[in-house]
Design a binder for this molecule. Structure first.
Ligand SMILES: [Cu+2]
Length: 334
């Protein structure tokens, strides 16, 4: 009995958009490759400065939720991971299939006022309207004083900025958000990607035990993208794994001064990402991820990172741990 492993929260098939030389301009849609299956663990290769054009569909979902998707009927919460390389431009045609005003607003990239997704700049989709947003990115460049101006590379995110209020408070609360990754050429690509959004007292608009169970096999390179939303401060903690508190989560050498951590603030509007090797040094098992604000984790802000054996089979004790988690009532003192 393993139905939870194939359940709706499984993230293995998450589609990504990554600009490779082979995927220059053109609609990628649902045929975009799942990242890593072909490229995992190898350095990124890409032509410089391509323009990618995609269509996103904003849709109403069951339960009062809204989501973004790469094809009609495929909206999800969170939305798809959007990926480009520094120097690329992403041209997003957003189709608003809902009866609400909404938009898409990015963090970390360059855009003009008419693409910033805010009602302040009349940059939004009316109900039923289609509108194109253009996001640009660039590499770091030399400035005076032997300094460099930063490029766009980072673990960023995008979200609605127009539903409910002029700040998109209603759209964000209902699921209109997702991860945006700008890679630097040479970055190592992962085998799997997990997007974790702490949004008020929920994770990806779900509470335990319905929070996503992320799965990987022992040793797979897993990329976590953590995003904060809503009106509450959080801390993201992952059991038994740690990462460097820098752009990639990895150390660049023995002298890299980056702090090594396993817990990080995840407050509204902030985001970070890192890569770990699943179960490295600790073995497979049902490992927890959760908000470390205690009344938040007790209240349902917790989930499972299931590290299977290298051959994909279940490690001893994992089934029992999952069942324990699913029976957990998350009430104080229980
Ligand atoms: Cu929290």
């Amino acid at each position: 009995m393993d139905d939870h492993a194939a359940g709706p929260h499984r993230q293995l098939s998450r589609r990504s958009l990554i600009a490779t030389g082979a995927l220059a301009a053109g609609a990628l849609g649902a045929s975009a490759p799942a990242i890593g299956t072909a490229f995992g663990g190898s350095p990124a290769q890409a032509a410089a400065g391509v323009t990618k054009k995609i269509t996103l569909y904003a849709e109403q979902l069951p339960g009062g939720l809204f989501g973004y998707g790469l094809a009609p009927g495929q909206a999800t919460v969170p939305g798809p991971v959007l990926e480009i390389y520094e120097g690329d431009t992403l041209e997003i045609t957003l189709v608003n299939t809902t009866n609400q005003r909404l938009s898409i607003h990015p963090h970390g990239v360059d855009y003009s006022t008419d693409s910033d997704g805010s009602p302040l700049n009349a940059s939004f989709n009316n109900p039923g309207e289609t509108r194109t947003y253009v996001w640009r990115s660039r590499e770091m460049f030399a400035a005076s004083g032997r300094r460099y101006m930063p490029g766009s590379a980072g673990y960023w995110h995008y979200h609605d900025h127009a539903m409910g209020t002029d700040h998109g408070t209603g759209g964000i609360a209902k699921g209109l958000y997702g991860a945006l990754i700008v890679r630097r050429r040479g970055d190592i690509l992962p085998d799997k990607q997990f997007t974790v959004v702490f949004n008020d007292m929920m994770i990806n608009n779900k509470m335990a035990p319905d929070t996503p169970m992320f799965e990987a096999n022992l040793g797979e390179r897993v990329e976590w993208i953590a995003i904060g939303h809503g009106g509450t401060f959080h801390t993201f903690h992952l059991h038994a794994h740690r990462w460097a508190d820098n752009r990639t989560g990895m150390l660049e050498g023995p002298a890299d001064p980056s702090l090594v951590i396993d817990n990080k603030d995840l407050n509204p509007g902030s985001s970070f990402g890192f890569q770990v090797l699943a179960g490295e040094g600790v073995g497979p098992g049902a490992w927890m991820y959760h908000c470390h604000v205690q009344f938040h984790s007790d209240g349902g802000m917790a989930g499972i990172f299931l590290v299977r054996n290298a051959d994909g089979s279940m490690p001893p004790g994992a089934e029992e741990a999952i069942h324990r988690f699913q029976g957990h009532t998350h009430t104080h003192g229980s």
